[in-house]
Design a protein around this ligand. Sequence first.
Ligand code: AHM
Ligand code: MG
Length: 349
Amino acid sequence: MQSIKTLGQFIIEKQADFPYAKGELSRLLRDIGIASKIVNREVNKAGLADILGDAGSINIQGEGQKKLDVYANEQFITALKSGGECCVVVSEENDEYIYIDSEISKNAKYVVAIDPLDGSSNIDVNVGVGTVFSIFRRKSKSGAATMEDVLQRGVEQVAAGYVIYGSSTMLVYTTGKGVNGFTLDPSIGEFCLSHPDMKIPKDGVIYSINEGYYAHFPDGIKKYIKFCQVEDEKTSRPYTSRYTGSMVADLHRNMIKGGIFLYPITAKSPKGKLRLIYECNPMAFIIEQAGGKASDGYNRILELEVTELHQRSAIIIGSENMVLKAEEMMACFSPQVTKKNFEGLVSIQ
Ligand code: AHM
Ligand code: MG
């Protein structure tokens, strides 16, 4: 009989990598795993129950919330509150951070940032969606958590992961010692280790970007797209274009097959669309741990200063050599763009 290793077993085994740890991080990861199984159950039967469609509310970013966005948010926050290992949650769906003021949590060590259901506009049409999470140690020692606990740079993450609710459901995470992927076996209700020590190929042939915004991209991005499309046998170009509109699905595919995902600044989103704390940073941590690279076009994502809860960033992420090439194009054709004058560069041609 083939032996299986569940997420729970794996987390306990890996605790030995952190000799001074008392098991809080392991319990936190386990809680996130349990909440994601509950969300998976609802996502799977979304067409049957009355949970498709809009919730009728709008989040801080002016985006309409889906019923499942709201449901997933509640599930993760409830799990984190009752687990007692996390004192603050930052969520895409909540304007302010949520300080967990209970006896068991108020002095807890960890901060969690989460996008409970990323790509949720895809739910109604049965395309894969995801959850993205990031874990930090709090800076303050005890009592009510502060903004300083929440606004930490990506390099300070102690763990990050994503769950992809796709043709099968997978949880992929890192604690800074490589990346491991677990597939949910619905017959036993457990995530089982299926992709140990995941590595992203250094080169790839897939590029993922919303080309509908082409006219609104910086010149460096336009040149990179053209580079991807030009015939060149030696480098297997033209590359293949794949973009689902769910970052988790697009990045997961590119991590396994090799590829690049780009969401640059555009005229509509002059600072980029994706959020730094709970989308870009966790994905950057995972991809770097798998041997890839993540940049805003000029700077390493993980080193960007974080000044706002729902701060946005441009992102170019994936196979190392592909990201290096895109950065080269940005340096060459959009050199004038710095973080300060991002908004000045968008030229429509
Ligand atoms: P969301 O958090 O509101 O779901 O938005 C994030 C999603 C990403 O998953 C995806 O890559 C991107 O938005 C798609 O945006 P666009 O439709 O502009 O290409
Ligand atoms: Mg999102």
